[in-house]
Design a protein. Structure first.
Length: 331
């Protein structure tokens, strides 16, 4: 094989970038890990747990604000050494697909499930008093929610359901598997027994039903429901401009090369952060399909938080991995 052929595959040529996110344990600040040795060759449509596929994204842009500072000495200020300045890295892109997690990340604050409400409920922008939750019975799994005969009649194939615990007046982070909100005082959430299900990411869509169970199209992100869990129907998702809670997630962006190689950008800790600009900035954008049809996209902007690499104790913001195509030159 000629050297020209070997070198030709060294040029990363890709059509799009794929985004994956995984939860950070907010109580311990433990990030989700992408190990290039273990996970690098995963199928794009089947990411390894706990990574969640959020689809193809547009206008992906990485910005590094970390600078190097110089130490000078002598009467003429000669450079003698250098050191890293403050760490800073940003990521901006457009979600081309809409979903609960895409909206939560683009919005940045608490993200709400609009629970199916009772007909007499007072109107509220994030949903009024919901229909009472149905208790989840033992024997349930991440893909099958056991409710018992008769109880399943309140749900239909195609419904979205939130499966999580009643709110027991606790403070701190709430949400099974994924921290969905932080409660400083139970009075702030009106001591609402349904509050955890209002914000939980532990949702699924009913694909089938049996006489006693709801069978979900995808596994619940939080795994098999724990004892004391209940389920409610979700009719929509809503985010809000404002709110005191900040989302924090691990992120992975994959540039799949046409030449057969792969580039991965792993941010262990990303939190939404919009830079102030005169006149603000657009939260949504459009991509023209064919006039007058346009696709509405969600603009997301993040700042990276530090992560300590256990291999050498270095504080880093991002890991960039390159997987060369077969038989390409190395340099």
């Amino acid at each position: 094989m000629s050297s020209q052929t070997l070198r030709a595959g060294m040029v990363p040529i890709a059509r799009r970038v794929r985004a994956y996110f995984a939860p950070v344990n907010r109580a311990t600040e433990m990030a989700s890990v992408f190990d290039p040795a273990k996970h690098g060759a995963f199928l794009l449509d089947a990411p390894p747990p706990p990574w969640i596929d959020l689809g193809w994204i547009g206008k992906f842009q990485r910005n590094c604000g970390t600078s190097s500072e110089i130490v000078r000495a002598g009467s003429r200020g000669i450079p003698v050494s250098q050191f890293r300045g403050p760490l800073e890295a940003r990521v901006d892109f457009d979600f081309r697909e809409w979903g609960k997690l895409q909206m939560a990340l683009a919005g940045g604050a608490e993200h709400m499930n609009v629970l199916s409400a009772t007909p007499s409920a007072d109107a509220q922008p994030s949903g009024g008093t919901p229909v009472a939750a149905v208790a989840v019975l033992p024997g349930s799994t991440a893909s099958e929610v056991v409710l018992g005969a008769g109880a399943v009649d309140g749900f239909a194939i195609g419904d979205i359901v939130a499966v999580d615990a009643d709110y027991h007046q606790q403070t701190g982070y709430v949400g099974t598997g994924i921290s969905a909100a932080y409660v400083a005082d139970s009075a702030d959430v009106n001591h609402d027994v349904n509050y955890v299900r209002r914000v939980t990411f532990n949702i699924g869509r009913v694909a089938e039903k049996t006489a006693t169970s709801l069978l979900l199209a995808q596994n619940l992100p939080g795994g098999a429901p724990a004892s004391g869990t209940a389920v409610q129907k979700v009719v929509a998702f809503v985010d809000r401009e404002g709110g005191s809670f900040f989302q924090e997630w691990s992120a992975l962006f994959v540039l799949q090369e046409e030449s057969g190689g792969r580039v991965c950008f792993h941010y262990p800790r990303l939190t939404p952060h919009a830079q102030a600009t005169p006149g603000g900035y657009s939260k949504e954008g459009t991509v023209e399909i064919e006039e007058p049809l346009v696709s509405t996209v969600l603009h997301a902007s993040f700042v990276a938080l530090p992560y300590t690499d256990v291999n050498d104790g270095a504080q880093v913001l991002c890991f960039r991995s390159y997987f060369p195509a077969e038989m390409t030159a190395m340099y």
